[in-house]
Design a protein. Structure first.
Length: 295
């Protein structure tokens, strides 16, 4: 059946003239470009609105501003009781520590599950997978009670410390699949040379696993930077707010809202994610493409 379909496809291609093939290619690219513009329209509108005067944000139907102004950026950066730069610093601290914790702790746990032998290994691996099925809201109240008793509420610790305890089963599973694809002969050769499991992990596994580590780092950074619910629960003082909590302060249901400052700071909040993905996209694609594949 497949041979017949392939022959029909070849026959159909032979019936097309070079001009028809070029026309189909042009139409395909035009359609893809139109879909891309449609998907990017909300982002383009946000960018244009951040440069509009306050009185034109919701009154003008054109995406191109009639006049350009950076007043929204100045007002948004300095218009709150706390500078928006403080929110940026807080978000970078939390996101950076979360990336470091997730990459270190999850890679160690994944190395143990993928390369070491210990009692009840399959049981603990199954328990780890079961944590993926638990919604965050199920463990929220017990965690909050624990962190409150430890005196960690209104600090960065509840948002950072769990990352250093391999609390994210998704990244453990992702790394386990990648580590299993590495040849075990490397471990055996290193053991014959007298290497300990820790040295094998540090000198062999980590250097060969940069794609999956970069994948975990990128997703951790994006998810932590965009997280609103976690900081909302644990952070109450404005000086500890993250970027996402800072954006919320521009809207007030009982008073006046500064939409110009909100849109301007929203644009700035996207920049770190865009740059982080831009610099590491090759490793991200390579990590996703090779995870779980035998090489």
């Amino acid at each position: 059946m497949s041979d017949v379909s392939n022959r029909l496809t070849v026959v159909g291609e032979r019936q097309l003239t070079p001009m028809q093939r070029k026309l189909i290619s042009v139409l395909t690219h035009v359609a893809l470009l139109a879909v891309s513009v449609l998907m990017l329209y909300p982002l383009l509108w946000l960018l244009a609105a951040s440069f509009r005067p306050e009185n034109e944000i919701f009154t003008s139907a054109s995406i191109w501003p009639s006049s350009w102004s950076i007043d929204s950026y100045i007002r948004g950066w300095n218009g709150l009781r706390t500078s928006f730069g403080t929110f940026y610093i807080n978000s970078f601290i939390i996101s950076g520590l979360s990336v470091l914790g997730n990459v270190m702790a999850c890679s160690m746990a994944a190395y143990a599950f993928a390369r070491l032998d210990f009692k009840f290994k399959n049981f603990w691996f199954a328990m780890m997978l079961m944590t993926l099925m638990l919604p965050y809201q199920v463990t929220l109240i017990p965690q909050y009670v624990l962190f409150r008793q430890l005196g960690w509420v209104n600090t960065f610790l509840p948002l950072v410390v769990p990352k250093f305890l391999a609390a994210d089963g998704f990244f453990i599973f992702l790394m386990v699949q990648f580590f299993r694809g590495l040849p075990k002969e490397l471990d055996e050769a290193a053991q014959m040379d007298g290497c300990s499991p820790w040295r094998i992990y540090w000198k062999i596994i980590i250097p060969l696993s940069m794609p999956v580590l970069a994948t975990a780092a990128i997703f951790t950074f994006i998810w932590t930077w965009d997280d609103f619910f976690g900081p909302l629960i644990y952070l109450s003082e404005m000086k500890t707010y993250t970027v996402m909590l800072g954006l919320r302060t521009f809207t007030d249901s009982t008073g006046e809202s500064d939409y110009g400052g909100l849109f301007a700071m929203s644009v700035l909040s996207i920049v770190p994610i865009f740059l982080f993905f831009l610099f590491f996209q090759r490793l991200l694609i390579e990590g996703i493409a090779t995870t779980g594949m035998k090489r």
